[in-house]
Design a protein around this ligand. Structure first.
Ligand code: ATP
Ligand code: SF4
Ligand code: MG
Length: 363
């Protein structure tokens, strides 16, 4: 069974106008019908452009944002039905790691106090020194760090403190919202490795949010790609990177350079055109149609594509009316920077159909 099941999740924020009457004149559809699940001990990466609703999704899972519609089921319990002490008990089992460790750590609190705080808040009896030392050791910091203050540490060390705080209560699920985006590239891998090590040692389940496909690639078992509040593709990470099926995923991957110069030279670029539309006024039909290089004259602009499993691709779900034809290369992107005729649009020299043989189940 999945540890986390999200079904039809919507989070809409009212747009208010007027000082006296404070009328609601519209809705920002930050999350607009997300379905996903994460198995125990696995990692789901969630990627997408800035403003597509990743953080709102993470916060809504933890019930830190009011849910407009849909359900979040954690370990069999529908969280939206829980109140008071039952919700607090569930929250203890789910923790968050934030993007900017400095902003999320109180500069006046020593590290010992930062790490003891969740224990104190959830009624764990002190003294806390032993647990603080254990936590520091788990995240690779010396015991002497306990008496120092957040500003005395480097960005990577501060994120280690943020992670130690998140695991203080022995949670089962960690939602890491852009956990390495504020760090130097050289430090990012160390923090990602630490998250992986902790997952193994403590049996953690992760939902890792990033705007960068490269960051979630190594840590994720499965990846969900979000566009304007909904999931457009969800697949096993290795399959998604090798054979993206949704035009948005194809375009995102097309923007990432491939280390092999021969493949890099031969491949065809699939470019995204136009601005990301506003979540207050998303395009009708397929939300991606205003920027889609594979857009067709029928269906795209007036029929919402459902997230579905394609025949022959059991490990993936994709929300595109024409995914089969795109995978079979019967449809070609417009605006593509054509390279040599033999080049592929998928960043490798294996045709998209070769993924048909790979099995797996959506997470
Ligand atoms: N409290 C709020 N009130 C109104 N609109 C909000 C609120 N929080 C987020 N939004 C809007 O909801 C949409 C999704 O925001 P969100 O922060 O979830 O995106 P994101 O994918 O995390 O972006 P980023 O990569 O920049 O962090 C955006 O249009 C944002 O402006
Ligand atoms: S449904 Fe149409 S517009 Fe949407 S991704 Fe598929 S081809 Fe593009
Ligand atoms: Mg965000």
């Amino acid at each position: 069974m999945s540890l986390l099941e999200v079904r039809g999740l919507k989070v809409h924020f009212p747009i208010k106008k007027g000082i006296v009457l404070d009328r609601t004149v519209g809705q920002v559809r930050a999350v607009d019908g997300v379905d996903l699940s994460v198995e125990k001990g696995r990692t789901l990466g969630v990627v997408g452009e800035s403003g597509c609703g990743k953080s709102t999704l993470g916060r809504a899972v933890l019930q830190l944002e009011p849910i407009t519609a849909g359900t979040v089921v954690f370990d069999g319990e529908d969280l939206s039905r829980l109140r008071g002490s039952a919700l607090r008990a569930m929250r203890r089992r789910m923790q968050m790691v934030f993007q900017d460790p400095l902003a999320s750590l109180d500069p006046r609190q020593s590290v010992a106090s930062v790490l003891a705080e969740p224990l104190r808040t959830h009624g764990v009896k002190g003294p806390y020194e032993k647990r603080v030392r254990e936590l520091l050791d788990l995240v690779g910091l010396p015991g002497s760090a306990a008496n120092r203050f957040p500003h005395e540490f480097s960005g990577g060390q501060r994120q280690r403190i943020g992670i130690a705080r998140a695991i203080a209560l022995n949670p089962e699920l960690i939602i890491a919202d852009e956990p390495v985006s504020a760090l130097d590239v050289s430090i990012q891998a160390q923090v990602v490795n630490l998250l992986e090590e902790l997952q193994e040692r403590l049996g953690l389940t992760y939902l890792v949010i990033a705007h960068d496909l490269a960051v979630v690639r190594h840590i994720s078992d499965d990846v969900a790609v979000m566009y304007l509040g909904s999931v457009v593709e969800i697949a096993r990470a290795d399959e998604l990177y090798a054979r993206p099926l949704h035009p948005y995923t194809i375009a995102l991957l097309s923007a990432i350079p491939i280390p092999d110069p021969e493949v890099e030279d031969r491949r065809e670029r699939v470019l995204l055109t136009g601005e990301l539309p506003s979540a207050a006024n998303p395009p009708p039909g397929c939300r991606f149609h205003s920027r889609c290089p594979f857009r067709q004259p029928t269906r795209c602009a007036d029929e919402v594509p459902a997230l579905r499993v394609l025949e022959g691709f059991p490990g993936s779900q994709v929300a595109c009316h024409f995914a089969e034809q795109i995978a079979a290369r019967e449809l070609k992107p417009v605006h593509a920077e054509a390279a040599e005729p033999a080049a592929t649009a998928h960043g490798t020299d294996t045709p998209p159909d070769s993924r048909r043989s790979s099995a797996g189940s959506p997470s």
